[in-house]
Design a protein around this ligand. Structure first.
Ligand code: DX5
Ligand code: ZN
Length: 219
């Protein structure tokens, strides 16, 4: 399927050879690299921070997107910009403890694309007031925190509403889905209006990354 952006999540990569994993997935046809940042507070897991992102930056020319599943994202935005990301996605939920409108502006003022994400339990209406000031909407199709979970098809209603919003209001934000994406669920997400797919397990836990990425694009 043409025009579909594939963003492998390095959370599922083998960190003992992360540099090679990043080069391999880039060679395999990835469009950008998705970096899942978890602080053990907003989500119940700790992943990695700006230093690792900086190493990833050195291994590829692909753009990097940081998905911040952390409290006080505004405090850390400058460090991820410094590490070389070109898109920063933050969460709308109050538990993320930041002024979302200000953080989105801060991200754009740094020259990055601004992404907004919503957890499965958060309704689409929560993000509506901010859709004119984002470059990407990240629809979580699992509860954030861990890779390898099952896709929640009921989230497709949010994808449909986002696609309808772009059409109605002439906005052009990416509609990206994250969690449990494999060739079957990728197809569902695309059919409902997603144009960008985050995938960890279904790429990094296979032998042939090119084949896995082609399968996500629809074969
Ligand atoms: C979940 C992360 C996802 C996750 C996707 O908290 O935001 O990016 O790593 O992993 P898979 O593709 O394994 O569901
Ligand atoms: Zn993510």
């Amino acid at each position: 399927m043409s025009g579909i952006i594939i963003a492998p999540s390095i959370l599922a990569a083998d960190f003992s050879k992360l540099a090679q994993e990043v080069r391999d997935v880039a060679d395999a046809g990835a469009d950008r690299i998705h970096c899942d940042i978890m602080d053990g507070h907003f989500v119940d897991n700790i992943s990695f921070g700006p230093a690792i992102v900086g190493f990833v930056r050195k291994e590829t020319n692909l753009s990097l997107e940081a998905h911040l599943m952390i409290e006080h994202a505004d405090h850390y935005v400058p460090r991820f910009v410094e590490a070389g990301v070109s898109c920063i996605t933050v969460h709308i939920e109050p538990e993320a403890k930041h002024d979302v409108t200000n953080t989105l502006k801060q991200i754009r003022d740094c020259g990055c694309r601004a992404g907004l994400s919503l957890n499965p339990a958060t309704p689409f209406s929560a993000v509506e007031p901010l859709l004119d000031r984002i470059d990407l909407l990240l629809v979580m199709t699992v509860q954030p925190g861990f890779g390898g979970q099952a896709f929640r098809a009921e989230m497709m209603e949010k994808v449909q509403r986002a696609a309808a919003w772009n059409k109605t209001y002439g906005t052009k934000f990416d509609i990206e889905v994250d969690g449990g994406i494999n060739p079957g669920t990728a197809r569902q997400a695309i059919e409902n209006g997603a144009n960008a797919l985050v995938a960890g397990t279904s790429i990094f836990h296979t032998e042939d990354y090119s084949k896995a990425i082609r399968a996500l694009r629809g074969g």
